[in-house]
Design a protein around this ligand. Sequence first.
Ligand code: F6P
Length: 618
Amino acid sequence: MKNDVLFLSTEFKYRIWGGRRLEEIYSEKLPFDKTGEAWCISAHPNGPSKVLNGDHQGKTLTELYKTNRELFGNIESDVFPLLIKIIDANDDLSVQVHPDDLLAKKYQSLGKTECWYILDASEDAYIIFGHKALTKDEFIDYVNRGKWDELLYKVPVKKGDFFYIPAGILHALGKGILVLETQQSSDITYRLYDYDRIDINGTKRELHLEAGIEATLIPSPNSNTKPHTFKVDQNQITRLIDSSFFTVDKWVLSEHMTFTNPLFKLITFVEGSGMINGYPYKKGDSCIVTSLMKLIDIYPNEPTLVIASHILDKEPDLLFLGIDGGGTKTKVSIIDANKQLVYEGLSGPSSLDTVNQKTTLRAFQDALIPFFEKHPNTVFKGVFAGLGGVSKVSDKTQLKNILSLIPGVTNKTNVTAGSDMENALVSGLFEDEGMVLIVGTGSVAYGKNKKGETHKAGGLGYKEDDFGSAYDLGLKAIQAASKALDNRYETTAFTKAVIEVLNFKEPNDVIDFMEHYRENRTFIASLAPIVTKHADLGDAYAMKICDNAVDELVLAVCAVHRRLQFEHSQLVIVGTLGNETNYFKKTLHKKLIESIPVLEITAPKVDPSLAASLNSLI
Ligand SMILES: O=P(O)(O)OC[C@H]1O[C@](O)(CO)[C@@H](O)[C@@H]1O
């Protein structure tokens, strides 16, 4: 695909306060001694970028946005909404303010809300951010008397800081700062003070006092933002800002990472080199990943720092996403406010105790992409993800972080991270109390009583627990095979089947196999159907494995039942292993009833991922 990633030319700008530091980022020679700005991604008429590759090579971004809106998610905005710059403040910038969308209308322009990621700063560097006047009269008085030092707030800055500057906030970059600016596509600046300096032609730059005073917010609002940083395996992700004008992220990447591309993504590589969706990138490159690509794959060759931004041009839809993730598969369901199912998607494992964090993210992305191909603009109102392996608070935090990277999730989305047990319980549609037994790749019993008390038994993970699970059955099948190989067991159709599938030739093969596969939970669990099938056929070894597994599961259910003292004892059994009509299920039901005669056992009334989407409505 030729137009999936569009690399763009940079336009350098002379500024009275500029310098030569942009040379640290760009390999090309700077055009001016005082180069103040590099316009990296721009469709603004004062300095549009040109497309450097693909079918549209040579076109300006301004033209391309007009003629090929499908590359930009067919968004409605008449103009390309964002402008990305790198600014070298070798000297102080003017004390300035920008108009908002309303005030900028008279110039047929967008307003200019902007934000700064500080790439570098000298030790004593500061910015001007806001003012101290409480009324307009007071503000005008300070301005007329030139009492700038008394009027302005100075904030010290250092490398890595971030500032969000909504239109209307009086501000200025101080000298010694290198900054990446993400802003609305506008070039309207009202200067209130420019230090009485003269430019290259010996004249002072124009001031815009009247318009500037009109545009300045008085009193100055506090626009503190708190970037949120988290790790996905070795990569560090920071959401710098999620506003109605733009979402800006910082990615510090040291290994492969896949991001979703909601509509189109603006990317500037500040450090590093590598490949993005098959194209080489290097420090100083900027590109747009167009709507043709739903995933962004970055393979860094060296540590890479990216500032990436996107827009979402709407309010949240009344759609709710539920995710049920296990050790073998992940299922997503999207419902509307009337609980009507809109979409279902399936993908690979996502349990936090089975796969790494990147794989969990990828499972969510894969299950959702077919939906987003048709509905790229969707923003979820609520999301509930219930995953295996989530029990500690830190697991929930990590899952929430991963969810912030999936399509359709913004800071307006109500995101809840929980465990697959919570989905399973709701799948039974019990009124106000009940138990669940999950018998899938892993196993756990869980319940909630009328008082809201909960209890969990088992489910501590495949390494030391999860008795009765598909993993447990798989492991026991391998052990049975090894016993058959060294004559402790007789060779039966069951042990033969396991030996054949695993290609064992002699007992020592078991050691090599377990060295490689012990951690591969999904693979070992995939042997469980061999056990259940041969138990159905009456194989004594397979039946014994099933009997022992069932005993463990009954033990867990009884533990929950004793602890919670239910008025009405009901149990929903979730997971393939617990729901197929066979010897295993028959034995499980029989032994459960023997132990708890009043127990009512049901299969899930709704799919657990649908239950998760119902959870997200709450
Ligand atoms: O008027 P000055 O001092 O040249 O500053 C204008 C520049 O300041 C910024 O608004 C940053 O605050 C840039 O986007 C803009 O180009």
